[in-house]
Design a protein around this ligand. Sequence first.
Ligand SMILES: Cc1cc2nc3c(=O)[nH]c(=O)nc-3n(C[C@H](O)[C@H](O)[C@H](O)COP(=O)(O)O)c2cc1C
Length: 178
Amino acid sequence: MGLEDTATLGTPPRRPGPKDMRAVLGHFCTGIAVITGQDGQRPLGFTCQSVTSVSLDPPYVSFCPSLGSSTWPLIRAGGRMCINILADTQEAVCAQFARSAEDKFAGIEWSPAANGTPQLHGTLATIEADLEFEHGAGDHTIAVVHVTALEAHGGQPLLFYRGDYGGFADRRLDPVTG
Ligand SMILES: Cc1cc2nc3c(=O)[nH]c(=O)nc-3n(C[C@H](O)[C@H](O)[C@H](O)COP(=O)(O)O)c2cc1C
């Protein structure tokens, strides 16, 4: 039974909890990025779906790191990062950077971007940025970053929808001839 159903039966509306938030917000399909940085000794990164374009001029992008992330405070301390937008071939990369571990870069092909942060290979796009400001927001924060360089590489996106992964089907294409 959904939240609206309980309201129509006359019972007081229930405050949405984390399960409701996951179940309903999961209908908002997103791409997936790995946000990388470095602490001077080793590369750092975590998987992040909350990336959003915010401002064109000045060029701002936002994302929402969890207060539970062990990697984000280290990237924040460096002040600069690379937002690596994943391609549909990179589900394993997504999974590898979504766990707290020392060896997240094992088997990952990457090279330093112009700002020195790890640029993952095989991605759809690369966005280099500096942290501009960060606001508290419940169990996450909202980080707003200033884009310093960006490039699209082409390919198809890895999508996240209702807790699962998928690809993009262009419905403008003829379903038979493609
Ligand atoms: C598809 C997907 C999307 C995610 N999006 C976010 C996000 O927007 N913000 C966030 O803080 N964590 C997000 N996570 C969880 C982090 O990737 C994970 O908690 C983090 O990498 C744990 O490692 P860490 O402790 O090294 O930060 C997401 C995970 C997955 C699988």
